[in-house]
Write a protein that binds this ligand. Structure first.
Ligand SMILES: *[C@@H]1O[C@H](CO)[C@@H](O)[C@H](O)[C@H]1NC(C)=O
Ligand SMILES: *[C@@H]1O[C@H](CO)[C@@H](O)[C@H](O)[C@H]1NC(C)=O
Ligand SMILES: *[C@@H]1O[C@H](CO)[C@@H](O)[C@H](O)[C@H]1NC(C)=O
Ligand SMILES: *[C@@H]1O[C@H](CO)[C@@H](O)[C@H](O)[C@H]1NC(C)=O
Ligand SMILES: *[C@@H]1O[C@H](CO)[C@@H](O)[C@H](O)[C@H]1NC(C)=O
Ligand SMILES: *[C@@H]1O[C@H](CO)[C@@H](O)[C@H](O)[C@H]1NC(C)=O
Length: 390
Protein backbone atom coordinates (compact mmCIF):
# COMPACT_ATOMS: atom_id res chain seq x y z
CA UNK A 1 0.00 0.00 0.00
CA UNK A 2 1.21 3.48 -0.79
CA UNK A 3 2.15 5.29 2.41
CA UNK A 4 0.20 8.31 3.46
CA UNK A 5 2.32 11.40 3.28
CA UNK A 6 0.31 14.19 4.77
CA UNK A 7 1.33 14.87 8.34
CA UNK A 8 -2.07 15.67 9.79
CA UNK A 9 -3.70 12.77 8.09
CA UNK A 10 -0.92 10.60 9.41
CA UNK A 11 -1.52 11.72 12.97
CA UNK A 12 -5.23 11.10 12.67
CA UNK A 13 -4.63 7.59 11.40
CA UNK A 14 -2.17 6.78 14.13
CA UNK A 15 -4.25 7.96 17.02
CA UNK A 16 -7.24 6.00 15.86
CA UNK A 17 -5.31 2.94 14.82
CA UNK A 18 -2.57 2.46 17.38
CA UNK A 19 -2.36 2.34 21.13
CA UNK A 20 -1.50 5.75 22.49
CA UNK A 21 1.69 6.40 24.44
CA UNK A 22 2.53 3.75 27.01
CA UNK A 23 1.35 4.99 30.38
CA UNK A 24 2.96 2.36 32.56
CA UNK A 25 6.65 2.10 31.95
CA UNK A 26 8.30 -1.27 32.19
CA UNK A 27 12.01 -0.56 32.32
CA UNK A 28 13.92 -3.02 30.16
CA UNK A 29 16.61 -5.15 31.76
CA UNK A 30 19.19 -7.64 30.57
CA UNK A 31 19.23 -6.50 26.94
CA UNK A 32 22.94 -5.74 26.75
CA UNK A 33 24.83 -6.85 24.81
CA UNK A 34 22.13 -7.21 22.15
CA UNK A 35 22.27 -9.60 19.19
CA UNK A 36 25.68 -9.01 17.55
CA UNK A 37 23.87 -8.79 14.19
CA UNK A 38 22.40 -5.45 15.30
CA UNK A 39 25.85 -3.94 15.93
CA UNK A 40 26.97 -1.47 13.28
CA UNK A 41 30.39 -2.59 12.10
CA UNK A 42 30.57 -1.02 8.64
CA UNK A 43 33.29 1.62 9.11
CA UNK A 44 34.70 4.21 6.73
CA UNK A 45 37.76 6.36 7.22
CA UNK A 46 37.22 10.02 6.38
CA UNK A 47 40.72 11.30 5.78
CA UNK A 48 40.82 15.03 6.52
CA UNK A 49 44.20 15.27 4.80
CA UNK A 50 42.61 14.42 1.44
CA UNK A 51 41.13 17.19 -0.71
CA UNK A 52 37.47 17.53 0.40
CA UNK A 53 36.19 16.35 -2.98
CA UNK A 54 37.83 12.93 -2.46
CA UNK A 55 37.07 12.25 1.20
CA UNK A 56 33.73 10.55 0.61
CA UNK A 57 34.53 8.51 -2.50
CA UNK A 58 34.55 5.05 -1.00
CA UNK A 59 31.46 5.58 1.12
CA UNK A 60 29.41 7.32 -1.59
CA UNK A 61 30.15 4.55 -4.06
CA UNK A 62 29.25 1.83 -1.61
CA UNK A 63 26.02 3.45 -0.41
CA UNK A 64 24.75 5.16 -3.56
CA UNK A 65 21.60 3.05 -4.03
CA UNK A 66 20.47 3.49 -0.43
CA UNK A 67 21.15 7.23 -0.60
CA UNK A 68 19.21 7.61 -3.84
CA UNK A 69 16.31 5.63 -2.41
CA UNK A 70 16.05 7.96 0.59
CA UNK A 71 16.25 11.13 -1.47
CA UNK A 72 13.60 9.76 -3.87
CA UNK A 73 11.21 9.20 -0.97
CA UNK A 74 11.90 12.64 0.41
CA UNK A 75 11.18 14.23 -2.97
CA UNK A 76 7.93 12.27 -3.27
CA UNK A 77 7.04 13.48 0.19
CA UNK A 78 7.74 17.09 -0.77
CA UNK A 79 5.73 16.81 -3.98
CA UNK A 80 2.76 15.46 -2.05
CA UNK A 81 3.08 18.26 0.43
CA UNK A 82 1.60 20.87 -1.90
CA UNK A 83 2.87 24.04 -3.46
CA UNK A 84 5.71 24.79 -1.05
CA UNK A 85 7.09 21.30 -1.44
CA UNK A 86 6.82 21.42 -5.21
CA UNK A 87 8.59 24.78 -5.20
CA UNK A 88 11.48 23.33 -3.25
CA UNK A 89 11.81 20.41 -5.64
CA UNK A 90 11.76 22.73 -8.68
CA UNK A 91 14.30 25.03 -7.09
CA UNK A 92 16.65 22.16 -6.43
CA UNK A 93 16.41 20.94 -10.00
CA UNK A 94 16.79 24.43 -11.41
CA UNK A 95 19.60 25.71 -9.21
CA UNK A 96 21.62 22.52 -9.01
CA UNK A 97 25.25 23.51 -8.89
CA UNK A 98 24.43 27.13 -7.98
CA UNK A 99 23.30 25.88 -4.59
CA UNK A 100 26.94 25.33 -3.74
CA UNK A 101 27.68 29.05 -3.95
CA UNK A 102 26.70 29.92 -0.41
CA UNK A 103 28.49 26.98 1.18
CA UNK A 104 31.90 27.05 2.84
CA UNK A 105 34.40 25.72 0.31
CA UNK A 106 35.08 22.52 2.23
CA UNK A 107 31.44 21.53 2.22
CA UNK A 108 30.83 22.59 -1.37
CA UNK A 109 33.73 20.39 -2.43
CA UNK A 110 32.64 17.47 -0.27
CA UNK A 111 29.15 17.64 -1.76
CA UNK A 112 30.58 17.85 -5.25
CA UNK A 113 32.64 14.75 -4.50
CA UNK A 114 29.66 12.84 -3.12
CA UNK A 115 27.66 13.78 -6.18
CA UNK A 116 30.37 12.51 -8.53
CA UNK A 117 30.95 9.28 -6.66
CA UNK A 118 27.27 8.45 -6.09
CA UNK A 119 25.88 9.65 -9.42
CA UNK A 120 23.26 11.74 -7.61
CA UNK A 121 22.93 15.28 -8.94
CA UNK A 122 24.31 18.11 -6.84
CA UNK A 123 20.92 19.59 -5.98
CA UNK A 124 19.85 16.22 -4.61
CA UNK A 125 22.97 15.87 -2.47
CA UNK A 126 22.36 19.35 -1.06
CA UNK A 127 18.76 18.41 -0.32
CA UNK A 128 19.94 15.13 1.18
CA UNK A 129 22.22 17.02 3.54
CA UNK A 130 19.57 19.58 4.46
CA UNK A 131 17.18 16.73 5.26
CA UNK A 132 19.28 15.85 8.30
CA UNK A 133 19.19 19.39 9.62
CA UNK A 134 15.72 18.82 11.04
CA UNK A 135 13.29 16.07 12.04
CA UNK A 136 15.43 14.09 14.46
CA UNK A 137 13.43 13.22 17.55
CA UNK A 138 15.70 11.64 20.08
CA UNK A 139 16.78 10.98 23.62
CA UNK A 140 20.28 11.81 24.85
CA UNK A 141 21.71 11.06 28.29
CA UNK A 142 25.07 11.90 29.87
CA UNK A 143 25.78 10.20 33.17
CA UNK A 144 28.69 9.55 35.46
CA UNK A 145 29.51 6.47 37.46
CA UNK A 146 30.53 6.50 41.10
CA UNK A 147 34.16 7.15 40.17
CA UNK A 148 33.15 10.22 38.12
CA UNK A 149 33.74 8.62 34.72
CA UNK A 150 31.38 9.88 32.02
CA UNK A 151 29.15 7.89 29.68
CA UNK A 152 27.06 9.46 26.93
CA UNK A 153 24.27 7.57 25.19
CA UNK A 154 21.55 8.39 22.74
CA UNK A 155 18.67 7.11 20.66
CA UNK A 156 18.30 8.66 17.25
CA UNK A 157 14.66 8.66 16.20
CA UNK A 158 14.46 9.86 12.65
CA UNK A 159 12.04 9.99 9.76
CA UNK A 160 8.96 10.45 11.96
CA UNK A 161 5.94 11.93 10.23
CA UNK A 162 7.26 11.15 6.79
CA UNK A 163 4.71 8.62 5.64
CA UNK A 164 3.18 6.07 8.00
CA UNK A 165 2.85 2.65 6.41
CA UNK A 166 -0.49 1.52 7.78
CA UNK A 167 -0.08 -2.12 6.95
CA UNK A 168 3.43 -2.57 8.31
CA UNK A 169 3.03 0.02 11.08
CA UNK A 170 6.33 1.63 10.18
CA UNK A 171 7.61 5.02 9.12
CA UNK A 172 8.56 4.90 5.48
CA UNK A 173 11.61 7.11 5.88
CA UNK A 174 12.83 5.46 9.07
CA UNK A 175 12.94 2.13 7.28
CA UNK A 176 15.11 3.65 4.57
CA UNK A 177 17.45 5.25 7.09
CA UNK A 178 18.54 2.11 8.93
CA UNK A 179 20.57 0.68 6.01
CA UNK A 180 22.43 4.00 5.79
CA UNK A 181 23.88 3.86 9.30
CA UNK A 182 27.67 3.66 9.27
CA UNK A 183 30.59 4.32 11.60
CA UNK A 184 33.04 7.03 10.57
CA UNK A 185 36.63 7.33 11.68
CA UNK A 186 37.82 10.88 10.99
CA UNK A 187 41.58 11.04 10.70
CA UNK A 188 44.39 13.53 10.35
CA UNK A 189 48.01 12.42 9.90
CA UNK A 190 46.80 8.86 10.06
CA UNK A 191 45.46 9.37 13.60
CA UNK A 192 41.85 9.33 14.72
CA UNK A 193 40.69 12.86 15.54
CA UNK A 194 37.13 11.82 16.36
CA UNK A 195 34.59 9.10 15.62
CA UNK A 196 30.96 9.46 14.65
CA UNK A 197 27.87 7.44 13.77
CA UNK A 198 26.27 8.79 10.64
CA UNK A 199 23.74 8.27 7.91
CA UNK A 200 25.97 7.73 4.89
CA UNK A 201 26.40 10.87 2.83
CA UNK A 202 25.53 13.39 5.56
CA UNK A 203 28.57 15.62 5.97
CA UNK A 204 27.62 16.93 9.42
CA UNK A 205 27.66 15.29 12.84
CA UNK A 206 24.76 14.10 14.99
CA UNK A 207 26.61 11.75 17.37
CA UNK A 208 30.36 11.80 18.00
CA UNK A 209 33.17 11.28 20.46
CA UNK A 210 36.51 13.06 20.49
CA UNK A 211 38.50 10.58 22.56
CA UNK A 212 39.62 11.78 26.00
CA UNK A 213 38.12 15.22 25.36
CA UNK A 214 34.37 15.38 24.77
CA UNK A 215 31.22 13.76 23.38
CA UNK A 216 28.43 15.49 21.48
CA UNK A 217 24.90 14.63 20.39
CA UNK A 218 22.31 16.83 18.70
CA UNK A 219 18.57 16.67 19.36
CA UNK A 220 16.05 18.56 17.30
CA UNK A 221 14.27 21.51 18.84
CA UNK A 222 11.09 22.77 17.25
CA UNK A 223 10.04 26.32 17.87
CA UNK A 224 6.93 28.38 17.43
CA UNK A 225 8.08 29.56 14.04
CA UNK A 226 7.90 26.25 12.26
CA UNK A 227 11.21 24.81 13.40
CA UNK A 228 13.94 24.31 10.86
CA UNK A 229 11.76 24.49 7.77
CA UNK A 230 11.84 28.27 7.71
CA UNK A 231 15.60 28.48 7.97
CA UNK A 232 16.00 25.88 5.26
CA UNK A 233 13.54 27.61 2.95
CA UNK A 234 15.27 30.94 3.52
CA UNK A 235 18.58 29.34 2.77
CA UNK A 236 17.34 27.74 -0.44
CA UNK A 237 15.80 31.03 -1.51
CA UNK A 238 19.15 32.73 -1.29
CA UNK A 239 19.67 33.98 2.27
CA UNK A 240 22.89 32.12 2.89
CA UNK A 241 24.09 33.92 6.00
CA UNK A 242 23.35 31.26 8.52
CA UNK A 243 25.34 28.19 9.36
CA UNK A 244 24.09 24.69 8.76
CA UNK A 245 24.09 22.61 11.87
CA UNK A 246 26.52 20.34 10.05
CA UNK A 247 29.11 23.10 9.51
CA UNK A 248 29.03 24.02 13.17
CA UNK A 249 29.24 20.48 14.51
CA UNK A 250 32.05 19.58 12.14
CA UNK A 251 33.95 22.67 13.19
CA UNK A 252 33.49 21.75 16.86
CA UNK A 253 34.64 18.15 16.41
CA UNK A 254 37.53 19.02 14.13
CA UNK A 255 38.79 22.07 15.95
CA UNK A 256 37.70 22.31 19.60
CA UNK A 257 40.47 21.23 21.93
CA UNK A 258 38.24 20.50 24.88
CA UNK A 259 34.88 20.67 26.59
CA UNK A 260 34.98 24.39 27.41
CA UNK A 261 35.92 25.49 23.93
CA UNK A 262 33.31 23.19 22.38
CA UNK A 263 30.68 24.63 24.70
CA UNK A 264 31.53 28.22 23.76
CA UNK A 265 31.34 27.42 20.04
CA UNK A 266 27.99 25.68 20.42
CA UNK A 267 26.57 28.56 22.42
CA UNK A 268 27.57 31.28 20.02
CA UNK A 269 27.13 30.38 16.36
CA UNK A 270 24.07 31.53 14.39
CA UNK A 271 22.38 28.53 12.78
CA UNK A 272 19.72 27.57 10.25
CA UNK A 273 17.57 25.73 12.75
CA UNK A 274 17.17 25.67 16.53
CA UNK A 275 18.67 22.66 18.33
CA UNK A 276 19.67 21.06 21.61
CA UNK A 277 23.36 20.31 22.00
CA UNK A 278 24.16 17.65 24.55
CA UNK A 279 27.83 17.97 25.36
CA UNK A 280 29.87 15.86 27.76
CA UNK A 281 33.47 16.36 28.84
CA UNK A 282 35.91 13.93 30.43
CA UNK A 283 35.68 15.27 34.00
CA UNK A 284 33.13 14.64 36.70
CA UNK A 285 30.22 17.11 36.35
CA UNK A 286 31.07 18.04 32.77
CA UNK A 287 27.71 17.54 31.12
CA UNK A 288 25.47 20.25 29.66
CA UNK A 289 22.36 20.67 27.56
CA UNK A 290 22.56 23.84 25.48
CA UNK A 291 19.14 25.05 24.32
CA UNK A 292 19.63 27.03 21.16
CA UNK A 293 17.48 29.30 19.11
CA UNK A 294 18.71 29.99 15.62
CA UNK A 295 20.40 33.15 16.82
CA UNK A 296 20.65 33.05 20.61
CA UNK A 297 21.67 30.66 23.31
CA UNK A 298 18.55 30.43 25.48
CA UNK A 299 19.95 28.31 28.27
CA UNK A 300 22.89 26.18 29.33
CA UNK A 301 21.78 23.55 31.82
CA UNK A 302 24.39 21.66 33.80
CA UNK A 303 24.39 18.07 35.01
CA UNK A 304 24.67 19.15 38.64
CA UNK A 305 21.62 21.34 38.23
CA UNK A 306 19.71 18.66 36.37
CA UNK A 307 19.78 15.28 38.15
CA UNK A 308 23.21 15.52 39.85
CA UNK A 309 24.77 12.36 38.34
CA UNK A 310 23.08 12.54 34.96
CA UNK A 311 21.41 14.93 32.53
CA UNK A 312 18.75 13.90 30.05
CA UNK A 313 17.19 15.62 27.05
CA UNK A 314 14.51 14.63 24.55
CA UNK A 315 13.04 17.31 22.28
CA UNK A 316 11.51 19.87 24.64
CA UNK A 317 12.84 22.75 26.71
CA UNK A 318 13.76 21.36 30.11
CA UNK A 319 11.99 24.16 31.97
CA UNK A 320 8.63 23.15 30.43
CA UNK A 321 6.77 19.87 30.83
CA UNK A 322 6.84 17.70 27.71
CA UNK A 323 3.56 17.51 25.75
CA UNK A 324 1.42 14.57 26.83
CA UNK A 325 1.36 13.16 23.31
CA UNK A 326 5.13 12.77 23.31
CA UNK A 327 6.44 12.20 26.80
CA UNK A 328 9.59 10.14 26.51
CA UNK A 329 11.20 12.22 29.23
CA UNK A 330 9.29 10.88 32.22
CA UNK A 331 9.82 7.20 31.36
CA UNK A 332 13.53 7.83 30.76
CA UNK A 333 13.86 9.48 34.18
CA UNK A 334 11.92 6.67 35.83
CA UNK A 335 14.30 4.08 34.38
CA UNK A 336 17.45 6.11 35.16
CA UNK A 337 16.37 6.38 38.80
CA UNK A 338 15.57 2.71 38.92
CA UNK A 339 18.96 1.86 37.40
CA UNK A 340 20.83 4.05 39.89
CA UNK A 341 24.28 5.58 39.66
CA UNK A 342 25.85 2.29 40.69
CA UNK A 343 24.83 0.79 37.34
CA UNK A 344 26.00 3.60 35.06
CA UNK A 345 27.68 2.05 32.03
CA UNK A 346 26.88 0.73 28.57
CA UNK A 347 24.62 -2.01 29.85
CA UNK A 348 22.45 0.15 32.11
CA UNK A 349 22.11 2.94 29.57
CA UNK A 350 21.29 0.54 26.75
CA UNK A 351 18.45 -0.88 28.85
CA UNK A 352 17.05 2.59 29.58
CA UNK A 353 17.16 3.53 25.91
CA UNK A 354 15.53 0.23 24.93
CA UNK A 355 12.49 0.93 27.08
CA UNK A 356 9.27 1.87 25.28
CA UNK A 357 8.38 4.65 24.48
CA UNK A 358 11.97 5.93 24.76
CA UNK A 359 12.39 3.24 22.12
CA UNK A 360 9.73 3.60 19.44
CA UNK A 361 9.00 3.04 15.75
CA UNK A 362 11.13 6.01 14.80
CA UNK A 363 14.25 4.79 16.60
CA UNK A 364 16.97 3.94 14.10
CA UNK A 365 19.88 3.33 16.46
CA UNK A 366 21.19 3.46 20.01
CA UNK A 367 24.75 4.73 20.44
CA UNK A 368 26.91 4.34 23.55
CA UNK A 369 30.02 6.43 24.15
CA UNK A 370 32.76 6.31 26.74
CA UNK A 371 34.87 9.42 26.42
CA UNK A 372 37.89 8.28 28.45
CA UNK A 373 38.59 5.37 26.07
CA UNK A 374 36.98 6.83 22.94
CA UNK A 375 34.69 3.80 22.64
CA UNK A 376 31.62 4.22 20.47
CA UNK A 377 29.22 1.32 20.01
CA UNK A 378 26.12 1.55 17.84
CA UNK A 379 23.19 -0.86 17.66
CA UNK A 380 20.43 -0.76 15.07
CA UNK A 381 17.04 -0.64 16.78
CA UNK A 382 13.91 -2.13 15.30
CA UNK A 383 11.15 -1.81 17.86
CA UNK A 384 8.82 -4.82 17.68
CA UNK A 385 5.09 -4.58 18.31
CA UNK A 386 3.52 -3.61 20.55
CA UNK A 387 5.53 -0.47 20.07
CA UNK A 388 4.46 3.18 20.09
CA UNK A 389 4.85 5.07 16.78
CA UNK A 390 6.92 7.76 18.53
C1 LIG B 1 0.04 0.46 35.94
O1 LIG B 1 0.57 -0.63 36.67
C2 LIG B 1 0.02 -0.79 37.96
C3 LIG B 1 0.77 -1.90 38.68
O2 LIG B 1 1.16 -2.92 37.80
C4 LIG B 1 -1.49 -1.12 37.84
O3 LIG B 1 -2.05 -1.24 39.09
C5 LIG B 1 -2.15 0.04 37.08
O4 LIG B 1 -3.50 -0.25 36.84
C6 LIG B 1 -1.46 0.29 35.73
N1 LIG B 1 -2.01 1.47 35.12
C7 LIG B 1 -2.33 1.52 33.82
C8 LIG B 1 -2.89 2.82 33.33
O5 LIG B 1 -2.21 0.57 33.07
C1 LIG C 1 39.49 11.10 31.43
O1 LIG C 1 38.73 10.45 32.43
C2 LIG C 1 39.32 9.27 32.92
C3 LIG C 1 38.33 8.56 33.83
O2 LIG C 1 37.65 9.46 34.65
C4 LIG C 1 40.63 9.63 33.62
O3 LIG C 1 41.25 8.45 34.11
C5 LIG C 1 41.55 10.29 32.59
O4 LIG C 1 42.72 10.72 33.24
C6 LIG C 1 40.87 11.47 31.95
N1 LIG C 1 41.66 11.93 30.84
C7 LIG C 1 41.96 13.20 30.66
C8 LIG C 1 42.79 13.51 29.46
O5 LIG C 1 41.57 14.07 31.41
C1 LIG D 1 6.09 -4.27 4.63
O1 LIG D 1 6.71 -5.42 5.23
C2 LIG D 1 6.91 -6.50 4.32
C3 LIG D 1 7.42 -7.68 5.10
O2 LIG D 1 8.45 -7.30 5.99
C4 LIG D 1 7.89 -6.05 3.24
O3 LIG D 1 8.09 -7.09 2.31
C5 LIG D 1 7.30 -4.83 2.52
O4 LIG D 1 8.23 -4.36 1.59
C6 LIG D 1 6.98 -3.75 3.52
N1 LIG D 1 6.30 -2.67 2.82
C7 LIG D 1 6.83 -1.44 2.77
C8 LIG D 1 6.05 -0.43 2.01
O5 LIG D 1 7.87 -1.14 3.32
C1 LIG E 1 23.81 38.65 5.03
O1 LIG E 1 25.11 39.13 5.40
C2 LIG E 1 25.53 40.26 4.65
C3 LIG E 1 26.96 40.59 5.03
O2 LIG E 1 27.19 40.39 6.41
C4 LIG E 1 24.57 41.41 4.93
O3 LIG E 1 24.95 42.53 4.18
C5 LIG E 1 23.16 40.98 4.53
O4 LIG E 1 22.23 41.99 4.85
C6 LIG E 1 22.77 39.68 5.24
N1 LIG E 1 21.49 39.24 4.73
C7 LIG E 1 20.45 38.98 5.52
C8 LIG E 1 19.21 38.57 4.82
O5 LIG E 1 20.53 39.05 6.73
C1 LIG F 1 38.79 24.21 11.51
O1 LIG F 1 39.65 25.31 11.71
C2 LIG F 1 40.38 25.69 10.54
C3 LIG F 1 41.36 26.76 10.94
O2 LIG F 1 40.70 27.82 11.55
C4 LIG F 1 39.38 26.16 9.47
O3 LIG F 1 40.06 26.52 8.30
C5 LIG F 1 38.42 25.03 9.18
O4 LIG F 1 37.44 25.48 8.27
C6 LIG F 1 37.75 24.55 10.45
N1 LIG F 1 36.95 23.37 10.16
C7 LIG F 1 35.63 23.45 9.96
C8 LIG F 1 34.94 22.18 9.61
O5 LIG F 1 34.99 24.47 10.07
C1 LIG G 1 22.24 25.95 39.42
O1 LIG G 1 21.00 26.41 39.90
C2 LIG G 1 21.14 27.37 40.92
C3 LIG G 1 19.77 27.64 41.52
O2 LIG G 1 18.78 27.65 40.53
C4 LIG G 1 21.77 28.61 40.32
O3 LIG G 1 21.93 29.60 41.31
C5 LIG G 1 23.14 28.23 39.79
O4 LIG G 1 23.73 29.33 39.14
C6 LIG G 1 23.05 27.08 38.81
N1 LIG G 1 24.37 26.62 38.50
C7 LIG G 1 24.78 26.40 37.28
C8 LIG G 1 26.18 25.95 37.14
O5 LIG G 1 24.05 26.55 36.32
Amino acid sequence: MRPIHLVLLTLAVITSDTVAQVVNVTCSTGLYPPDPKSKVTETYVIDLDLPPSQRWNELAKAKRFQMQSLVDSFITFLEDFGTIGQDIVNLIDKEGVDLLNGLPVTFAEEIRGISLASGMNIGQVVLYNLFYEFSDFCTSIISEDLSGELFHARNLDFGLFFGWDIKNKTWEMTEKLRPLIVMLDWRRNGQTVFKSVSYAGYTGILTAVKPKLFTLTINERGDKHGSGYIGILKWLLGDRNETWLGFLTRNVLENASGFTQAKTMLENTVMLAPAYFILGGNKSGEGVVITRDRVDNLDTWTMRNASIWYILETNYDHWNPPPFIDDRRTPAHTCMQKMGQINVGFSGLFNVLSTRPVLNKGTTYTALMRVSTGQLETYIQNCQDPCPPW
